[in-house]
Ligand binder design. Structure first.
Ligand code: URA
Length: 260
């Protein structure tokens, strides 16, 4: 009997380059065919932001605008995230933003000519996971903020409920803390202006807790690596020659905290 060959690798693990750096991984991600979503999306949408960002935001998957632009969170949800970050006192330029899934999954309904977002399934999230793991291992953020159920459950387990445990620092081997909050798209989908204003205020409140956590748990003297996340009230520390010269080549297993 003929062996049935699975059409996809099922995991992006085999695409991760040896001696990975963020740039090498980003380049490799462009050719990812680990699951079928590459046939739907225009391009891989890898994360972006300072390579030593203190905070990493993880969304679900790129949307229509991100798929076209090749950059995460540049569409309506991204604009709302920008505003919420600003209100919370977190400079968007200093955070790393990415997604659990790097290709846009969509469908076209009979009633619409638009590409309608479709939630990625567990197998697709699993297949894409090595890209996110690489980003976390290489950026080594102090705090990860998961936006919505997909990203939150990917990093905190299927039992995790954003509605129940949003806006709290959650212990994780991946970072000093993970904070979960709602996805900005859910704010945009609120049924009426009052509900939307409320949802936006709650999102800002969660992000304000992240900003406070970063300030309260400021790097101790002697810890290596400058902070790259500044709040509106902070001046950005100048880059040290050591940082400028610093190599980002890290073994994939390197998950120690930067200050450790
Ligand atoms: N929604 C996401 O989860 N990520 C994006 O990049 C855009 C919209």
């Amino acid at each position: 009997m003929a062996t049935r060959v699975k059409p996809y690798a099922e995991s992006a693990a085999s695409y991760i380059p040896e001696r990975p750096t963020l740039e090498k991984v980003r380049t490799a991600s462009k050719g990812c065919k680990a699951c079928w979503l590459w046939t739907l999306g225009t391009q891989t949408v890898f994360g972006e932001g300072p390579p030593r960002a203190d905070v990493m935001f993880v969304g679900e998957q790129p949307g229509d605008s991100e798929d076209k632009a090749g950059r995460p969170f540049v569409g309506p949800a991204g604009k709302l995230l920008d505003r919420a970050l600003d209100e919370a006192g977190i400079d968007r330029e200093t955070v790393y933003v990415t997604n659990a899934v790097k290709h846009f999954k969509w469908e076209r309904t009979e009633r619409s000519t638009r590409r309608i977002h479709k939630k990625p399934n567990d197998a697709e999230i699993r297949a894409c996971r090595p890209w996110l793991d690489s980003e976390i291992a290489l950026v080594r953020p102090r705090v990860i903020v998961t936006l919505g159920a997909t990203a939150s459950q990917a990093l905190l387990g299927k039992q995790f409920r954003v509605t129940k445990d949003r806006g709290k620092p959650i212990a994780s081997p991946l970072a000093e803390a993970i904070f979960a909050t709602v996805h900005p798209s859910s704010v945009l989908r609120a049924p009426d202006p009052a509900a939307r204003a409320r949802a936006e205020k709650e999102l800002i409140a969660d992000l304000t807790k992240v900003a406070r956590h970063l300030q309260a748990q400021a790097r101790q003297p002697g810890q290596r690596g400058p902070r790259t996340t500044t709040t509106r009230t902070e001046r950005r520390a100048p880059k040290t020659p050591r940082e400028r010269a610093g190599s980002r080549e890290l073994p994939m297993a390197a998950r120690g905290r930067r200050g450790g």
